[in-house]
Ligand binder design. Structure first.
Ligand SMILES: NC(=O)c1ccc[n+]([C@@H]2O[C@H](COP(=O)([O-])OP(=O)(O)OC[C@H]3O[C@@H](n4cnc5c(N)ncnc54)[C@H](O)[C@@H]3O)[C@@H](O)[C@H]2O)c1
Length: 252
């Protein structure tokens, strides 16, 4: 479906979170196949075991842990060593489509923790290495929910707007130091992400809009194509962008 570019990441070390499934897995696979050294991390150990088996012979190191935990960040940095060329913050969770009137604190806190705080901490941890090297690329996975309100509940929508804002902040402050930061905004993608609908009110409000606007579901490899482009030198002049990869959903 998508062509690989031989050697595009040769000599580069790229951290990929959420590497055990879906978009993160497709991204890690593509980078490894294009010659990169991948530090793949996920909270589910068996998924990383399966990835290691599949990518046998390629340059993949895995770190099991919750990306919100400081000890996981430390383990990822230790695995990477003294060189990090790129960071793809892919791990994320959805909410239960709870609207602002129904969202509970636990859902809000957990969604923000995984979708915003974890990526911020990991970005903050790799930036000194990148700044010292005078180059580095961060790619965050936002969502259609970073662009519109009808794609998810309040917590997820606010978290994806937040990660888009954080992306721009990195580009603004650290662009002059050689750092690029961009985000992709996927529409619907066929992955293992859980998206329960726990609000009757939201079902009535969101359902009819989604049915008439959502393009066909994409494959994770299509998102990996956009993410790896943003990680590569081909996107050298792109900084602070939020790139929809959604089959055109965002223009409806
Ligand atoms: N699938 C979609 O339709 C869709 C649409 C828009 C945006 N996204 C975004 O894409 C990203 C990847 O999602 P996906 O669809 O590939 O989902 P997925 O569930 O298939 O993969 C996500 C991976 O992240 C891991 N993960 C979750 N929480 C973690 C944590 N706290 N620490 C470490 N790892 C953790 C999971 O174990 C899983 O392997 C997410 O940020 C999601 O919000 C997905």
């Amino acid at each position: 479906m998508t062509d690989t570019t031989a050697g595009r990441f040769t000599g580069r070390t790229i951290i990929v979170t959420g590497a055990g499934s879906g978009i993160g897995r497709a991204t890690a696979t593509r980078i490894a196949n294009e010659g990169g050294r991948v530090i793949g991390t996920d909270v589910v150990a068996e998924r990383l075991d399966a990835l290691r088996t599949e990518l046998d012979g390629l340059d993949l190191e895995t770190v099991v842990g919750d990306v919100t935990a400081p000890e996981t960040i430390a383990a990822i940095l230790a695995a990477a060593g003294d060189r990090v060329d790129g960071l793809a913050n892919v791990a994320g969770i959805m909410d239960a489509f709870l609207p602002p009137s129904e969202v509970d604190d636990a859902t809000w806190d957990r969604v923000f923790s995984v979708n915003v705080t974890g990526p911020m901490r990991l970005t903050r941890a790799v930036l000194p290495l990148m700044i010292a090297a005078g180059r580095g690329v961060v790619v965050n996975v936002a969502s259609e929910a970073a662009l519109r309100a009808s794609a998810a509940g309040a917590a997820y929508t606010a978290s994806k707007h937040a990660i888009a804002g954080f992306t721009k902040s990195v580009a603004f402050f650290h662009g002059p130091q050689g750092i690029r930061a961009n985000a992709v905004a996927p529409g619907a993608v066929a992955t293992n992400i859980e998206a329960p609908m726990r609000s009757e009110y939201a079902a009535g409000r969101v359902g009819p809009i989604m049915q008439t606007t959502i393009p066909p579901v994409a494959q994770p490899e299509q998102l990996a194509a956009a993410i790896t482009w943003l990680l590569s030198d081909d996107s050298a002049n792109v900084n602070g962008a939020v790139l929809p990869s959604d089959g055109g959903w965002s223009v409806v």
